[in-house]
Design a protein around this ligand. Sequence first.
Ligand SMILES: [Zn+2]
Ligand SMILES: [Zn+2]
Length: 364
Amino acid sequence: MGDSSAPNGVIDTSANRSVCWVAPKTLEIQHREVGEISDDEVLLEVITTGICGSDAHVWASNPAKAPPVLGHESAGKIIKVGSKVTDRVVGQRVAIEPGFACMKCEFCIRGQPNVCANLSYCGHTENGTLTRFFKCPPHMTVPLPDSVSFKEAGCIQPLAIAVQLGRRANMRAHQTVAVFGCGPLGLLVMAVARAYGVRKIIAFDVEQSRVDFAVKYNADIGVVSPMNTESVEPLKFATDFMEEVMKKHGLGSGVDLTIEASGAEPCVQMAVLLTKPGGTIMAAGLGKPLTSVPLFQFTAKDLTMKGTVRYTPGCFADAVDLLERKAVDLAPLITSTYPLTKASEAFEAQAARQDIKIVIMNQE
Ligand SMILES: [Zn+2]
Ligand SMILES: [Zn+2]
Protein backbone atom coordinates (compact mmCIF):
# COMPACT_ATOMS: atom_id res chain seq x y z
CA MET A 1 0.00 0.00 0.00
CA GLY A 2 1.21 3.46 -0.82
CA ASP A 3 4.16 2.07 -2.73
CA SER A 4 4.62 4.56 -5.50
CA SER A 5 7.46 2.68 -7.16
CA ALA A 6 6.91 -0.41 -9.37
CA PRO A 7 4.14 0.15 -11.97
CA ASN A 8 4.16 3.92 -11.51
CA GLY A 9 5.39 5.79 -14.55
CA VAL A 10 5.06 2.82 -16.88
CA ILE A 11 2.11 4.37 -18.71
CA ASP A 12 3.07 7.24 -20.98
CA THR A 13 1.05 10.22 -19.82
CA SER A 14 2.72 12.68 -22.17
CA ALA A 15 -0.17 12.65 -24.63
CA ASN A 16 -3.00 13.80 -22.41
CA ARG A 17 -5.82 14.40 -24.89
CA SER A 18 -8.53 16.51 -23.25
CA VAL A 19 -11.93 17.80 -24.37
CA CYS A 20 -11.72 21.60 -24.09
CA TRP A 21 -14.42 24.23 -24.38
CA VAL A 22 -13.20 27.02 -26.66
CA ALA A 23 -16.46 28.80 -27.62
CA PRO A 24 -20.21 28.09 -27.31
CA LYS A 25 -20.89 24.71 -28.95
CA THR A 26 -17.25 24.45 -30.00
CA LEU A 27 -14.87 21.91 -28.52
CA GLU A 28 -11.27 21.18 -29.26
CA ILE A 29 -9.15 18.19 -28.37
CA GLN A 30 -6.10 19.76 -26.77
CA HIS A 31 -3.09 18.38 -24.99
CA ARG A 32 -3.13 19.36 -21.30
CA GLU A 33 -0.04 18.85 -19.18
CA VAL A 34 -0.71 16.29 -16.42
CA GLY A 35 2.09 17.48 -14.19
CA GLU A 36 3.44 15.65 -11.18
CA ILE A 37 1.04 14.43 -8.50
CA SER A 38 1.63 15.63 -4.96
CA ASP A 39 2.29 13.26 -2.04
CA ASP A 40 -1.41 13.09 -1.17
CA GLU A 41 -2.89 12.64 -4.63
CA VAL A 42 -3.54 9.77 -7.01
CA LEU A 43 -3.28 9.75 -10.80
CA LEU A 44 -5.99 8.02 -12.81
CA GLU A 45 -6.16 6.67 -16.30
CA VAL A 46 -9.75 7.71 -17.03
CA ILE A 47 -11.65 5.00 -18.91
CA THR A 48 -15.25 6.23 -19.23
CA THR A 49 -17.19 9.47 -18.82
CA GLY A 50 -20.96 9.85 -18.95
CA ILE A 51 -22.35 13.00 -20.52
CA CYS A 52 -25.36 14.73 -18.99
CA GLY A 53 -27.60 17.73 -19.51
CA SER A 54 -25.41 19.93 -17.33
CA ASP A 55 -22.38 19.23 -19.57
CA ALA A 56 -24.43 20.16 -22.63
CA HIS A 57 -25.46 23.35 -20.83
CA VAL A 58 -21.82 24.37 -20.26
CA TRP A 59 -20.99 23.35 -23.85
CA ALA A 60 -23.76 25.55 -25.29
CA SER A 61 -23.33 28.54 -22.98
CA ASN A 62 -20.88 31.38 -22.82
CA PRO A 63 -19.79 31.40 -19.19
CA ALA A 64 -17.55 34.15 -17.92
CA LYS A 65 -15.09 31.54 -16.76
CA ALA A 66 -15.55 28.25 -18.58
CA PRO A 67 -13.44 25.38 -17.26
CA PRO A 68 -11.31 24.48 -20.25
CA VAL A 69 -11.79 20.72 -19.73
CA LEU A 70 -15.39 19.43 -19.53
CA GLY A 71 -16.84 16.27 -17.94
CA HIS A 72 -17.69 15.08 -14.45
CA GLU A 73 -19.14 11.52 -14.54
CA SER A 74 -16.10 9.28 -14.75
CA ALA A 75 -14.42 6.05 -13.80
CA GLY A 76 -10.91 4.75 -14.35
CA LYS A 77 -7.88 2.98 -13.03
CA ILE A 78 -5.32 4.29 -10.54
CA ILE A 79 -1.90 4.38 -12.20
CA LYS A 80 0.10 6.32 -9.63
CA VAL A 81 -0.26 7.02 -5.90
CA GLY A 82 1.45 9.74 -3.89
CA SER A 83 3.90 8.69 -1.18
CA LYS A 84 1.48 9.66 1.65
CA VAL A 85 -1.49 7.79 0.18
CA THR A 86 -2.10 4.62 2.19
CA ASP A 87 -5.60 3.55 1.18
CA ARG A 88 -5.39 3.30 -2.62
CA VAL A 89 -3.16 1.11 -4.78
CA VAL A 90 -1.92 1.16 -8.35
CA GLY A 91 -4.24 -0.87 -10.57
CA GLN A 92 -7.34 -0.21 -8.45
CA ARG A 93 -10.57 0.42 -10.39
CA VAL A 94 -12.47 3.46 -9.13
CA ALA A 95 -15.29 5.90 -9.86
CA ILE A 96 -14.62 9.61 -9.38
CA GLU A 97 -16.63 11.81 -7.02
CA PRO A 98 -16.36 15.03 -9.03
CA GLY A 99 -17.02 17.62 -6.29
CA PHE A 100 -14.26 19.39 -4.39
CA ALA A 101 -15.99 20.22 -1.08
CA CYS A 102 -13.91 22.27 1.37
CA MET A 103 -14.78 20.06 4.40
CA LYS A 104 -14.32 23.19 6.56
CA CYS A 105 -17.48 25.31 6.08
CA GLU A 106 -20.53 24.98 8.34
CA PHE A 107 -22.39 22.79 5.78
CA CYS A 108 -19.49 20.40 5.21
CA ILE A 109 -19.08 20.07 8.97
CA ARG A 110 -22.78 19.21 9.27
CA GLY A 111 -22.34 16.42 6.72
CA GLN A 112 -23.79 18.29 3.75
CA PRO A 113 -20.82 18.79 1.41
CA ASN A 114 -23.34 18.82 -1.47
CA VAL A 115 -24.16 22.41 -0.48
CA CYS A 116 -20.59 23.35 0.53
CA ALA A 117 -20.16 27.12 0.63
CA ASN A 118 -16.88 26.81 -1.29
CA LEU A 119 -17.78 23.93 -3.59
CA SER A 120 -15.97 23.61 -6.87
CA TYR A 121 -16.94 20.97 -9.38
CA CYS A 122 -15.27 19.13 -12.23
CA GLY A 123 -16.34 20.36 -15.63
CA HIS A 124 -18.15 23.34 -14.14
CA THR A 125 -15.75 25.43 -12.07
CA GLU A 126 -12.71 23.14 -12.23
CA ASN A 127 -11.13 21.29 -15.11
CA GLY A 128 -13.17 18.16 -15.68
CA THR A 129 -12.58 14.50 -16.37
CA LEU A 130 -12.94 14.34 -20.16
CA THR A 131 -9.26 13.74 -20.38
CA ARG A 132 -7.01 10.67 -20.58
CA PHE A 133 -5.35 11.25 -17.21
CA PHE A 134 -6.74 12.95 -14.11
CA LYS A 135 -5.25 13.59 -10.68
CA CYS A 136 -7.24 14.10 -7.48
CA PRO A 137 -7.16 13.40 -3.74
CA PRO A 138 -7.75 9.69 -2.98
CA HIS A 139 -10.99 10.36 -1.08
CA MET A 140 -12.54 11.50 -4.37
CA THR A 141 -12.11 7.99 -5.74
CA VAL A 142 -14.62 5.25 -4.93
CA PRO A 143 -13.37 1.65 -5.26
CA LEU A 144 -15.26 -0.49 -7.77
CA PRO A 145 -15.74 -4.27 -7.62
CA ASP A 146 -14.67 -6.18 -10.75
CA SER A 147 -18.29 -7.04 -11.49
CA VAL A 148 -19.14 -3.39 -12.21
CA SER A 149 -18.07 -2.56 -15.76
CA PHE A 150 -16.30 0.70 -16.57
CA LYS A 151 -19.17 1.58 -18.92
CA GLU A 152 -21.68 1.32 -16.07
CA ALA A 153 -19.27 3.08 -13.74
CA GLY A 154 -19.34 6.07 -16.09
CA CYS A 155 -22.97 6.52 -14.98
CA ILE A 156 -22.48 6.05 -11.25
CA GLN A 157 -22.56 9.77 -10.49
CA PRO A 158 -26.21 10.22 -11.60
CA LEU A 159 -27.10 6.96 -9.80
CA ALA A 160 -25.53 8.44 -6.65
CA ILE A 161 -27.82 11.45 -7.13
CA ALA A 162 -30.82 9.10 -7.42
CA VAL A 163 -29.69 7.43 -4.16
CA GLN A 164 -29.54 10.89 -2.55
CA LEU A 165 -33.13 11.55 -3.70
CA GLY A 166 -34.22 8.25 -2.17
CA ARG A 167 -32.55 9.19 1.11
CA ARG A 168 -34.06 12.66 1.28
CA ALA A 169 -37.48 11.32 0.34
CA ASN A 170 -37.37 8.52 2.94
CA MET A 171 -38.26 6.07 0.20
CA ARG A 172 -39.97 3.01 1.70
CA ALA A 173 -41.22 -0.36 0.50
CA HIS A 174 -44.91 0.36 1.12
CA GLN A 175 -45.01 3.54 -0.94
CA THR A 176 -46.59 4.27 -4.28
CA VAL A 177 -44.14 6.54 -6.10
CA ALA A 178 -44.80 8.86 -9.05
CA VAL A 179 -41.93 10.22 -11.14
CA PHE A 180 -42.36 13.18 -13.48
CA GLY A 181 -39.73 13.16 -16.22
CA CYS A 182 -38.30 10.02 -17.83
CA GLY A 183 -34.84 11.42 -18.56
CA PRO A 184 -31.78 9.73 -17.06
CA LEU A 185 -32.38 11.05 -13.53
CA GLY A 186 -36.08 10.11 -13.55
CA LEU A 187 -35.21 6.62 -14.83
CA LEU A 188 -32.49 6.19 -12.21
CA VAL A 189 -34.83 7.26 -9.40
CA MET A 190 -37.28 4.62 -10.64
CA ALA A 191 -34.46 2.06 -10.61
CA VAL A 192 -33.60 2.97 -7.01
CA ALA A 193 -37.30 2.87 -6.04
CA ARG A 194 -37.58 -0.61 -7.58
CA ALA A 195 -34.43 -1.73 -5.74
CA TYR A 196 -35.93 -0.45 -2.48
CA GLY A 197 -39.05 -2.53 -3.17
CA VAL A 198 -41.67 0.22 -3.44
CA ARG A 199 -45.21 -0.94 -4.08
CA LYS A 200 -45.85 0.79 -7.40
CA ILE A 201 -44.05 3.20 -9.75
CA ILE A 202 -45.92 5.57 -12.07
CA ALA A 203 -43.84 7.30 -14.75
CA PHE A 204 -44.87 10.52 -16.50
CA ASP A 205 -43.35 12.20 -19.55
CA VAL A 206 -44.58 14.21 -22.51
CA GLU A 207 -42.81 11.86 -24.95
CA GLN A 208 -44.38 8.48 -25.67
CA SER A 209 -41.00 6.86 -26.43
CA ARG A 210 -39.59 7.90 -23.06
CA VAL A 211 -42.67 6.59 -21.24
CA ASP A 212 -42.39 3.29 -23.13
CA PHE A 213 -38.73 3.03 -22.12
CA ALA A 214 -39.58 3.73 -18.46
CA VAL A 215 -42.19 0.95 -18.45
CA LYS A 216 -39.73 -1.47 -20.04
CA TYR A 217 -37.09 -0.44 -17.52
CA ASN A 218 -38.77 -0.19 -14.11
CA ALA A 219 -42.14 1.61 -14.05
CA ASP A 220 -45.40 -0.28 -13.44
CA ILE A 221 -47.54 2.36 -15.12
CA GLY A 222 -46.53 4.83 -17.83
CA VAL A 223 -48.52 7.99 -18.52
CA VAL A 224 -47.98 10.38 -21.41
CA SER A 225 -48.74 13.89 -20.15
CA PRO A 226 -50.66 16.07 -22.59
CA MET A 227 -49.41 19.55 -23.48
CA ASN A 228 -51.71 22.42 -22.58
CA THR A 229 -51.96 23.53 -26.22
CA GLU A 230 -55.37 25.20 -25.89
CA SER A 231 -54.26 27.46 -23.04
CA VAL A 232 -56.68 26.02 -20.47
CA GLU A 233 -56.29 27.76 -17.09
CA PRO A 234 -53.21 25.92 -15.66
CA LEU A 235 -54.72 24.76 -12.37
CA LYS A 236 -57.84 23.43 -14.10
CA PHE A 237 -55.68 21.70 -16.70
CA ALA A 238 -53.55 19.99 -14.04
CA THR A 239 -56.56 19.11 -11.84
CA ASP A 240 -58.57 17.55 -14.67
CA PHE A 241 -55.62 15.48 -15.88
CA MET A 242 -54.63 14.25 -12.41
CA GLU A 243 -58.24 13.29 -11.59
CA GLU A 244 -58.35 11.30 -14.82
CA VAL A 245 -55.04 9.55 -14.04
CA MET A 246 -55.98 8.70 -10.44
CA LYS A 247 -59.32 7.24 -11.53
CA LYS A 248 -57.92 5.31 -14.49
CA HIS A 249 -55.07 3.74 -12.52
CA GLY A 250 -56.89 3.23 -9.20
CA LEU A 251 -54.60 5.52 -7.21
CA GLY A 252 -57.28 6.34 -4.62
CA SER A 253 -56.46 9.61 -2.89
CA GLY A 254 -53.06 9.84 -4.59
CA VAL A 255 -49.47 8.66 -4.28
CA ASP A 256 -47.26 8.68 -1.19
CA LEU A 257 -44.24 10.18 -2.87
CA THR A 258 -43.77 12.22 -6.02
CA ILE A 259 -40.35 12.87 -7.52
CA GLU A 260 -40.43 15.90 -9.81
CA ALA A 261 -37.49 15.30 -12.16
CA SER A 262 -38.67 17.28 -15.17
CA GLY A 263 -38.38 20.88 -13.99
CA ALA A 264 -41.53 21.69 -15.98
CA GLU A 265 -43.97 24.02 -14.23
CA PRO A 266 -47.14 22.00 -15.08
CA CYS A 267 -45.48 18.91 -13.53
CA VAL A 268 -44.80 20.74 -10.27
CA GLN A 269 -48.47 21.69 -10.17
CA MET A 270 -49.57 18.15 -11.02
CA ALA A 271 -47.28 16.81 -8.28
CA VAL A 272 -49.22 18.78 -5.65
CA LEU A 273 -52.51 17.42 -6.98
CA LEU A 274 -51.30 13.81 -7.33
CA THR A 275 -49.62 13.45 -3.93
CA LYS A 276 -51.97 12.17 -1.22
CA PRO A 277 -52.55 14.15 2.00
CA GLY A 278 -49.50 13.89 4.25
CA GLY A 279 -47.30 12.83 1.34
CA THR A 280 -43.97 14.12 0.09
CA ILE A 281 -42.81 15.83 -3.08
CA MET A 282 -39.10 15.78 -3.97
CA ALA A 283 -38.08 18.64 -6.22
CA ALA A 284 -35.22 17.34 -8.38
CA GLY A 285 -35.76 19.05 -11.71
CA LEU A 286 -34.03 22.33 -12.37
CA GLY A 287 -36.61 24.37 -14.27
CA LYS A 288 -37.17 28.08 -14.55
CA PRO A 289 -36.22 30.26 -11.57
CA LEU A 290 -39.81 31.02 -10.54
CA THR A 291 -42.49 28.31 -10.64
CA SER A 292 -46.06 28.77 -9.42
CA VAL A 293 -47.40 26.11 -7.07
CA PRO A 294 -51.04 25.59 -5.95
CA LEU A 295 -50.13 26.58 -2.41
CA PHE A 296 -53.68 26.40 -1.09
CA GLN A 297 -53.88 22.67 -1.90
CA PHE A 298 -50.29 22.14 -0.77
CA THR A 299 -51.16 23.55 2.67
CA ALA A 300 -54.62 21.97 2.96
CA LYS A 301 -53.17 18.52 2.11
CA ASP A 302 -50.40 18.81 4.71
CA LEU A 303 -47.75 18.06 2.10
CA THR A 304 -43.99 18.22 2.46
CA MET A 305 -41.76 19.44 -0.36
CA LYS A 306 -38.00 18.93 -0.23
CA GLY A 307 -35.22 20.00 -2.52
CA THR A 308 -31.83 18.43 -2.90
CA VAL A 309 -28.81 18.70 -5.12
CA ARG A 310 -25.88 16.44 -6.01
CA TYR A 311 -25.10 13.71 -3.42
CA THR A 312 -24.04 13.36 0.20
CA PRO A 313 -21.37 11.14 1.85
CA GLY A 314 -21.88 7.46 1.11
CA CYS A 315 -24.23 7.89 -1.86
CA PHE A 316 -21.51 6.73 -4.27
CA ALA A 317 -20.78 3.66 -2.15
CA ASP A 318 -24.51 2.85 -1.99
CA ALA A 319 -24.74 3.23 -5.77
CA VAL A 320 -21.79 0.84 -6.21
CA ASP A 321 -23.50 -1.60 -3.83
CA LEU A 322 -26.74 -1.51 -5.87
CA LEU A 323 -24.77 -2.28 -9.03
CA GLU A 324 -22.68 -5.01 -7.44
CA ARG A 325 -25.80 -6.80 -6.19
CA LYS A 326 -27.48 -6.30 -9.60
CA ALA A 327 -30.30 -4.45 -7.82
CA VAL A 328 -29.90 -1.72 -10.44
CA ASP A 329 -28.89 -2.32 -14.07
CA LEU A 330 -27.41 0.70 -15.81
CA ALA A 331 -26.59 -1.09 -19.07
CA PRO A 332 -30.00 -0.49 -20.76
CA LEU A 333 -29.61 3.27 -20.25
CA ILE A 334 -26.33 3.50 -22.15
CA THR A 335 -27.58 3.97 -25.70
CA SER A 336 -24.37 5.28 -27.34
CA THR A 337 -20.63 5.37 -26.78
CA TYR A 338 -18.15 7.69 -28.49
CA PRO A 339 -14.36 7.83 -28.48
CA LEU A 340 -12.98 10.91 -26.74
CA THR A 341 -11.66 12.13 -30.08
CA LYS A 342 -15.29 12.38 -31.28
CA ALA A 343 -16.52 14.31 -28.21
CA SER A 344 -18.00 17.07 -30.38
CA GLU A 345 -20.37 14.56 -31.98
CA ALA A 346 -21.27 13.20 -28.54
CA PHE A 347 -22.20 16.70 -27.30
CA GLU A 348 -24.27 17.37 -30.45
CA ALA A 349 -26.11 14.09 -29.80
CA GLN A 350 -26.60 14.98 -26.12
CA ALA A 351 -28.10 18.34 -27.08
CA ALA A 352 -30.41 16.62 -29.59
CA ARG A 353 -31.74 14.41 -26.74
CA GLN A 354 -31.92 11.32 -28.95
CA ASP A 355 -30.05 9.12 -26.50
CA ILE A 356 -30.82 8.18 -22.92
CA LYS A 357 -27.21 8.12 -21.74
CA ILE A 358 -24.05 8.72 -23.75
CA VAL A 359 -20.72 7.41 -22.48
CA ILE A 360 -17.36 8.61 -23.81
CA MET A 361 -14.43 6.19 -23.92
CA ASN A 362 -11.59 8.42 -22.68
CA GLN A 363 -8.67 6.39 -24.02
CA GLU A 364 -10.05 6.02 -27.54
ZN1 LIG B 1 -24.05 15.02 -14.69
ZN1 LIG C 1 -17.56 23.27 2.57
